[in-house]
Design a protein around this ligand. Sequence first.
Ligand code: ADP
Ligand code: MG
Length: 478
Amino acid sequence: MSFADLGLSDELLRAVTDAGYTEPTPIQRQAIPSVLMGKDLIGIAQTGTGKTAAFVLPMIDVLGEGRTRALMPRSLILEPTRELAAQVAENFEKYGLNHKLSMALLIGGVQMGDQVKALEKGVDVLIATPGRLMDLYGRGKILLTGCSLLVIDEADRMLDMGFIPDIEEICTKLPKNRQTLLFSATMPPPIKKLADKFLTDPKTIEVARPATTNVNITQRIVQVPATAHVKRDVLRRLLQQDEVSTAIIFCNRKTTVRDLNKSLKKHGFRSAEIHGDMDQSARIAELDRFKNGDVNILVASDVAARGLDVKGVSHVFNFDAPWHPDDYVHRIGRTGRGGATGTAYTLVTPEDAENIAEIEKLTGHKIERVPSPVAIDGADEAPAPKRARGGKRDAKKAEPRREEAVAEAPAKPKSRRAAAPVREEGPAPAPREEQRSRPPREERPVRDDRRRRRDQDDGPDEGWNGPIPDFLNYTIEA
Ligand code: ADP
Ligand code: MG
């Protein structure tokens, strides 16, 4: 089946051809005709299945038929993060090439002035993160009564980030007889509830998960105690013993990203970091260093790495086991690309057991357990510097590590949740912003506990300056 069979206009088909697409993906094939018919839609499909074009393409045609540059925006696309919003805006520009549609990208971290100016001129499409949209709405800068087409993208990630109450509120400001499209990788109960409440007789499309385990990726688990300095020790050994040419190391928290990068550099590794607290130019600078080989290790958080097309690394390390099984697939997919082989190591603490079970259930693959390269028995109970450290090290190297152990002792948390504030340093990650956009505790479902812990640090990114980031199409060839 070709794009031409889906009922899209000739102008749009030209833009699609220019984009280099020859065939619609399964979600596009199923979604586009329904959207063109004006139906509400629930699209359930994993990351990378082409959901953006599944709603952007028909939306352009739907809007193209109406009056352009209306005074009130006619459609609204909600995205959980600035990066994703910017990426959708890029897609909109690419496919909307032959249409005279205007859009405004309403995301945090950018001066509101330009956004307000764009709104005053009149735009057809709003692409927004819920926080900034609510903010502008609260200031009386946006009228949503003309928005007859709403897209809620990445709904499960919206849930992760505590945006559901905001979305509910936004839904009530839009006309009742609008068309609503909801996309999500998974359908947890709160998303189901949201869909029941705000969609009318939706068509549900579910696309099978793509094969999650790439045979080119060797996956390994190394059991470690939940002690940061021991984990770092294990990681360093793995970095040294394996043929690591380029590596991305994932951490669950921004603070861990910073701490780990600092520690790696101290131990003579060439590493850089990207996380949600960095502004766009800083992220680009770090990525460039990775790209041109100044450094061969990039320490990253999921949110910062999401959307980045970073290809061709030899190794992926999960310094922290991901809390979300989808993130595991996403993370390790950075290696073993294009026929190359790659290796993914995951450091697993006793409390990660449940997460690993979920990952193995999702991928249908039992991950090989390999022995730790460091003697770690008993290290969980007490830091026990002498016992935990192999005898191979010279005094110079051992010294800073002892300092680390001391520094970390008071931070050894009962729970991950407690860890963040203690270890926080540098610019504070705007906890007020994050708490503001998260629903009260009791409203959040119990089973999303792990997700909430991530919100704590890598929650809504609202501190980034800059327009549409071109680094979103960043490609790194090994
Ligand atoms: P999702 O939102 O499902 O995660 P995206 O919409 O971001 O996925 O698309 C993932 C990648 O696939 C993008 O690089 C996009 O350009 C590409 N893509 C989307 N549709 C097609 C298509 N029909 N043919 C080829 N590539 C496509
Ligand atoms: Mg998407």
